[in-house]
Design a protein around this ligand. Structure first.
Ligand SMILES: [Fe+2]
Ligand SMILES: [Fe+2]
Length: 378
């Protein structure tokens, strides 16, 4: 960092002394060198000046009528920690001068003050202040750079995740709106469950990756317009394990959570899900949250092969699924978060769908014949 030569006219000094002769001499020495000086004859008037403007250095007598220079020192140390204070004191009071040093004064001079000695200490005090200010500015700059870099890394991370999700969307019939809503909806349910802000943010980023494993499912199955055979259905189910493998081994907490969600989002509370047939608390909570949010959102919105299911029917299905399909605690949190989840649906609409013709119109030709099994591939 290049050092600029200090400009004396920009340096403002406060000279505090009840003896006007001392004040004037000190100011004369400084003003002749180009420094700006303000004068105060008591601690009270010095405190008033300090309240209204910044000073680079303060010189103060110790013994004055009213409050002592030590009290002024305390105020400056407390409220203006970058302003060095030089104490001026009578020869007989060296004890107070030493006390001042221990309480934060930069230096002290015995009266009668010698010009050379004063200017030497003054210059050092000024340099001390310059270093303190420079150090603070440097620290602020470093903190800003670190936070900028953290922000850039984070946004690159989020963008990468977004692109991964987008890539999987091209193969599936999921919509961008659904992907976004499952993230926000999971975050709202996690919040209702009392998760920390950090964990809530993680699930918001991780949940949209629940179906990335569908990129590994052959088109003939993934895009089959009719009902899947048993074998095809079991191939379709492998998207959970494929997704987990795609996301495994990361040091990123978001990807670690995403791996759990991808792997276990089709498990059921009663152990009848897939792929590991985990049961109850064995299923990671994040996957239990996404499972219900995904279920609700997928049914509540149109798909190219069917129309949205009315909400009362969806809620009835969730109620029926409580303690079989879904974790009952998560169901309660979901219902608590439902008004906010509905509001998200209003803001994050699907745009790219061809209009479906009727409620469950293609059910006969769609991949599944019954709602329950159809829901199994959500
Ligand atoms: Fe899935
Ligand atoms: Fe989904």
């Amino acid at each position: 960092m290049r050092r600029l030569k200090p400009n004396p006219s920009l340096t403002h000094v406060l000279v505090v002394d009840d003896e006007s002769a001392v004040r004037e001499v000190v100011c004369l020495w400084l003003e002749r060198l180009g420094y700006r000086c303000s004068r105060a004859d008591s601690v009270a008037s010095a405190a008033y000046l300090l309240k209204n403007q910044a000073f680079d250095v303060v010189t103060s007598d110790i013994t004055m009528p009213g409050k002592s220079g030590i009290e002024l020192l305390h105020l400056i140390v407390e409220e203006h920690p970058e302003t060095p204070v030089l104490m001026l004191t009578a020869n007989s009071d060296t004890q107070s001068a030493i006390q001042a040093l221990t309480q934060g004064a930069y230096g002290y001079l015995l009266k009668p003050v010698q010009r050379e000695e004063f200017l030497c200490q003054f210059t050092k005090a000024l340099e001390h202040r310059r270093l303190l200010v420079e150090n603070r500015e440097y620290t602020t700059l470093l903190e800003w750079k670190v936070s900028e870099q953290t922000r850039a890394i984070r946004s690159a991370h989020e963008e990468t995740i977004q692109r991964l999700v987008t890539a999987s969307m091209y193969r599936d019939d999921e919509t961008g709106g659904h992907i976004k809503r499952t993230g926000i909806g999971s975050a709202l349910v996690a919040q209702a469950l009392g998760w920390s802000a950090e964990q809530v943010e993680l699930i918001q980023l991780a949940a949209p990756m629940h179906d990335v494993g569908k990129v590994g499912i052959p088109d003939a199955i993934l895009r089959k317009p009719g009902k899947l055979t048993e074998v095809e259905y079991s191939v379709m189910q492998t998207h959970a394990v494929i997704g987990a493998k795609m996301l495994a081994g990361s040091l990123s907490p978001v990807l670690q959570m995403a791996e759990q969600i991808a792997h276990f989002h089709h498990e059921r509370w009663d152990g009848a899900g897939y792929p590991e047939r985990l049961m109850g608390e064995e299923i990671p909570k994040a996957a239990r949250i996404l499972a219900i949010v995904d279920f609700y959102d997928a049914l509540m919105h149109d798909r190219v092969y069917r129309k949205a299911v009315p909400e009362d029917i969806v809620l009835e299905m969730i109620d029926k699924g409580c303690e079989t399909h879904f974790d009952p605690e998560v169901v309660v949190a979901f219902l608590e978060a439902l008004p906010a989840i509905r509001a998200v649906s209003v803001c994050e609409k699907d745009h790219e769908l061809a209009p479906p013709t009727s409620f469950f119109p293609l059910m006969a030709e769609s991949r599944m014949s019954e709602v329950d099994s159809w829901v199994g591939t959500l």
